[in-house]
Design a protein around this ligand. Structure first.
Ligand code: GRF
Length: 192
């Protein structure tokens, strides 16, 4: 690849399986992005250990350590700046970023959401799709704006909803697609 890889931070709160998928994908020589920083708002997030095992800088920026949301977000922003981050991937990051923060990174923050947006922004997406009797469900990668789960869509993947599905089985089917979709979407955006 002629051009250098873009420097990516992934923000997580827990397991980090989508972050893992991004790390694995970015190992390919021709992938246009590399994960250089993982930030969790939870110190006990399992994903932090995985990132460290791959020699990726992984830090917890815990709300409890800061006086209020603005101070925590300032710390996150500073870490991103310090590591020369060019794009941010939210991957199971369970804290809503303020408009002030998002305005500092216009068009530079991606999120993966477990529904076919604009359906089901917010939480409990799988149960809501089941309750509505949907035949199709899936996941979306979108650009983060000041409005929750509402920014421009980069890519989506669909799965069927099967007659005997429950929230657990549907979650698992969507997650398999998330792990393919996020690397594909980041490739598109980082390669632009
Ligand atoms: C994923 O389903 C993602 O779509 C949602 O939170 C979950 C995070 O899982 N926003 P993981 O931490 O990436 O394993």
């Amino acid at each position: 690849m002629g051009e250098r890889k873009k420097r990516i931070a992934v923000l997580i709160s827990g397991r980090g399986s989508n972050m893992k998928a991004l790390v694995e994908a970015s190992r390919a020589d021709d992938y246009p992005a590399e994960i250089v920083l993982v930030i969790s708002n939870k110190p006990d997030a399992a994903g932090l250990e995985f990132a460290r095992s791959r020699n990726i800088t992984a830090v917890a920026i815990d709300a409890k350590a800061y006086q209020g949301r603005a101070a925590q977000e300032n710390a996150i922003h500073q870490a991103l700046v310090d590591h020369n981050i060019e794009l941010i991937c939210l991957a199971g990051f369970m804290r809503i970023l303020t408009e002030d923060f998002v305005a500092k990174w216009p068009g530079k923050i991606l999120n993966i959401h477990p529904s076919l947006l604009p359906k089901y922004p917010g939480l409990n997406t799988h149960q809501r799709a089941l309750d509505a009797g949907d035949k199709k469900h899936g996941c979306t990668v979108h650009i983060v704006t000041g409005e929750l789960d509402a920014g421009p869509i980069v890519a989506q993947a669909e799965v069927p909803v099967l007659p005997d599905d429950n929230a657990e089985s549907l979650t698992a089917r969507v997650l398999i697609e998330e792990h393919k979709l996020y690397p594909k979407a980041l490739k598109m955006v980082a390669g632009e």
